[in-house]
Design a protein around this ligand. Structure first.
Ligand SMILES: C[S@@+](CC[C@H](N)C(=O)[O-])C[C@H]1O[C@@H](n2cnc3c(N)ncnc32)[C@H](O)[C@@H]1O
Length: 347
């Protein structure tokens, strides 16, 4: 077989010599013994299993990594560990993605990043002002609006959430005075540097507007910061010929989301089985936009299996990698249910 890949119609001889050298190992996507089989969930560390994905076989990798926000599955990671996990994982994608293919990373900024070097200077006037809100005011507001949490009660009464705590509990139970200050950590620049370092080029970026996370916004009533209500999808391109087929979406879809930088759809409401599922619509859109039916889609942080379910729903193949046994089982159950629903629909 010459170096022209059937699936990609890619002729490396036409590329600059340096790029030819870089791409040489990845152009031909013939499976090797021991490679991960498509259509399955593989349990293990992404960094150990990615070298076993057939080189050049993946049209699109789409995933959402640990965000370094203290979830159970990342609690053991230092910030350096987290950076190294993402940097290495991104680098390992270069060989597995076919020339002209994409790596799409869904991630958010870290809104509560502990920074011991940050001076502990508070907003003076506001912090010193004694609130006139009384315990009775708080109790009255809570009984007239039983659904409001203490951040929302604070917004309603025009005081800080700390005041609500003090009025209800007699003191500030968080002991925040002694904790490190937190600041916003922008993650996009890190991701871009790691992707460029791996050989990809930044192709596109979208913003997903999700539900505002009031219940997690400890700081919203104590500062001028906004609540957590959007995430990013960064899309990186591996050099090579990319088929651009505008027929992948209808004219209406191009107008509504295909050509739009900002996507609006709700967060996953019921996430008791997995603490950070993304909505099916997120990988579904990336898959419809960036792949053709039959193409191979990879998610190496598969979680509850959303990407695999989206790929199957769109007639694509998938490979899933996930480190947690429990999540692998959940993903396999969701995939089996999606496959059986698909079979019923075709009957
Ligand atoms: C943000 S969640 C992904 C959720 C997924 N998109 C979904 O919809 O269910 C990140 C996942 O990465 C997994 N994970 C963490 N470290 C990993 C590693 N080194 N290799 C593979 N998976 C890992 C976690 O167990 C978690 O399920």
């Amino acid at each position: 077989m010459d170096r022209m890949t059937e699936g990609t119609r890619h002729n490396p001889a036409r590329l600059p010599r340096e790029l030819q050298r870089k791409l040489a190992v990845t152009v031909v996507g013939a499976p090797r013994p021991g490679d991960l089989a498509p259509g399955q969930v593989h349990r293990g560390d992404a960094r150990a299993l990615l070298p076993r994905v057939t080189p050049g076989s993946v049209a699109l990798a789409v995933w959402s990594p640990p965000y370094f926000v203290g979830k159970d599955y990342e609690a053991h990671l230092t910030f350096e560990d987290w950076q190294s996990l993402l940097r290495n994982t991104i680098a390992l994608h270069f060989d597995v993605i076919r020339p002209g293919g994409f790596l799409a990373i869904n991630v958010a900024d870290i809104l509560c990043f502990k920074d011991p070097s940050m001076p502990r200077v508070q907003a003076e006037a506001a912090a010193r002002r004694r609130s006139r809100v009384t315990r009775d005011d708080v109790l009255r507001a809570a009984s007239s609006h039983p659904a409001l949490n203490r951040y929302q009660l604070a917004a309603l009464l025009g005081c800080s959430e700390q005041t609500i705590d003090r009025r209800l509990n007699g003191n500030n139970i968080r002991g925040g005075k002694y904790e490190s200050q937190t600041r916003v950590k922008i993650v996009g620049g890190l991701i871009e540097d790691w992707a460029l370092g791996a050989g990809f080029f930044t192709y596109d970026r979208r913003v997903w507007v999700k539900d505002p996370a009031w219940e997690n916004s400890r700081w919203s009533s104590l500062s001028y910061r906004a609540v957590d209500e959007f995430e990013y999808l960064y899309v990186f391109w591996k050099p090579g010929i990319t088929a651009v087929d505008r027929r992948r979406l209808t004219a209406q879809e191009w107008k509504e989301w295909g050509s739009r930088g900002v996507w609006h759809f709700p967060s996953v409401r019921a996430n008791r089985d997995h603490e950070s599922k993304f909505p099916l619509e997120l990988p579904r859109r990336a898959i419809r936009l960036l792949t053709d039916p039959g193409d191979l889609v990879l998610d190496c942080f598969l979680g509850s299996g959303t990407t695999a379910v989206a790929a199957l729903g769109e007639g694509r193949r998938f490979i899933g990698i996930e480190i947690s046994q429990r999540s692998c089982e959940l993903a396999r159950r969701r995939i089996a249910a999606a496959q059986s629903a698909g079979r019923k629909q075709r009957r």
